[in-house]
Design a protein around this ligand. Structure first.
Ligand code: FAD
Ligand code: EPU
Length: 345
């Protein structure tokens, strides 16, 4: 545990936005948790847990404690028809996917190259190319901030949804995720529903799926080490089926995905693209030229630029299509989470 006062957060967020935290503490072992909980320097301050900082936008300095989760360790148990993988929250997600593939425990390959740490994966139920974490999650191990006790939360109790879980709601302030349990069936079932994967057909192998997912992602999504970003900035909107049908009649080429009874999911990237916003910039913040759902920091952008750009994209799409986009990226204000509609009405 290494507490730093007035810490710079530039290297702790993939948008590469400058911001400072009153305190920054790196958590490297479970035994340090009690000390972090009770330390009078920060136990009354707002708190923010960070993994890789690949889904956050600091709107200003953070007047509290940033806890960087670096808990490490992977354990595997053979449970007959499946492997049970127990991964500490500070493990890198993509390295875990690679490790499983190398060890002959496939299943996670559709989720390759998603930046960030294992501990954040259940928070928004990470998903890509037809697979979500929920498909494999057995449990999430947590420590409660209130009484310091350990609590294992079963996958059923995580209330996983599209980019959603209980960790974005009731448990956001109260639970620190310390490990995730994943159940990987030994009978591999490829998920090839996504366009470029479907072409694999009978030739599908875990390695082939992994390679196509990595190639597709590299072609579409900017590398945060080169161009600051946090992946999809907005969620794909889930709207009433009646509205989706009306839009589809007007725009027959519009992508449309099923989303439960009476609803449909639209492609936010397509909506933004149709508004001609690719490359649109405010200051050094821009809509990515290759993928309109990604907002990027071209170098030296300020949070105010990104907020103004996000509001412009939201308002332009709403005016043209009557659909309100919600951001997937978590905005952090001085005291904790804030939302675009609060900071840019
Ligand atoms: P952070 O950004 O550090 O944290 C995200 C949120 O989780 C914060 O609210 C934080 O407080 C909370 N949190 C983090 N760790 C813990 C913990 N241990 N306990 C409690 N709360 C915690 N996401 C997808 O779902 N699919 C994609 O395909 C995808 N592609 C991406 C591509 C790029 C290029 C980028 C930059 C991002 C992408 N993302 C994607 C978003 C992001 O990578 C994921 O949301 C990832 O899980 C975030 O991990 P992180 O460790 O960086 O989390
Ligand atoms: N599209 C455009 N123009 C664009 C971008 C997209 O027309 O500029 C169209 C595409 O042609 C396609 C549709 O929109 O028909 C969807 O695009 P894509 O397949 O690239 O996926 P996405 O909806 O933009 C979602 C996730 C990604 C995930 C990919 C792959 C969300 C918010 N985003 O993106 O997740 O990697 O699917 O499954 O659900 C993330 O969450 O950060 C993220 C990157």
């Amino acid at each position: 545990m290494t507490p730093l006062p007035h810490a710079e957060l530039l290297d702790y967020n993939t948008f590469s936005l400058p911001a400072a935290a009153q305190w920054l503490v790196t958590l490297e072992s479970l035994t340090e948790f009690a000390a972090v909980r009770s330390d009078p320097r920060w136990n009354t301050l707002p708190r923010l847990v960070l993994g890789g900082g690949s889904n956050v936008l600091f709107t200003c300095d953070f007047a509290g404690l940033v806890l960087v989760n670096r808990l490490k360790g992977i354990r595997v148990e053979d449970e007959g028809d499946h492997w049970l993988l127990h991964a500490a929250a500070g493990e890198n997600w993509h390295e875990l996917v690679c490790y499983c593939l190398q060890q002959g425990m496939p299943g996670l390959e559709n989720l390759a190259l998603i930046p960030g740490c294992v501990g954040a994966a259940p928070v928004q139920n990470i998903g890509a190319y037809g697979v979500e974490l929920a498909r494999f999650c057995a449990y999430v191990d947590t420590l409660r901030w209130g009484d310091g006790a350990a609590e294992r939360i079963s996958a059923d109790d995580c209330r996983f949804g599209y980019r959603d879980s209980i960790f974005k709601h009731e448990y956001q302030e109260s639970h620190l995720i310390v490990a995730v349990g994943l159940r990987l069936p030994k009978q591999w079932q490829p998920v090839l529903s996504y366009g470029p994967l479907a072409a694999l057909g009978d030739r599908a192998t875990p390695q082939a799926v992994f390679d196509i997912v990595c190639d597709t992602r590299k072609a579409k999504l900017p590398d945060p080490a080169v161009l600051g970003n946090a992946g999809s900035f907005f969620k794909n909107p889930v709207v009433a089926k009646a509205l989706a049908d009306r839009l589809k009649a007007d725009y027959p080429s519009m992508p449309l995905y099923p989303a439960g009874e009476g609803q449909a999911k639209l492609a936010a990237g397509w909506l933004i693209d149709q508004c001609g916003l690719k490359g649109y910039a405010i200051g050094q913040a821009a809509v990515h030229q290759e993928q309109a759902l990604v907002l990027v920091n071209r170098g030296g952008a300020r949070a105010a630029d990104l907020l103004a750009l996000a509001a412009h994209v939201r308002d332009t799409v709403a005016a043209r299509f009557g659909v309100t986009l919600e951001h997937e990226v978590r905005f952090m204000g001085a005291q904790g989470e804030v939302f675009l509609h609060e900071v840019m009405a």
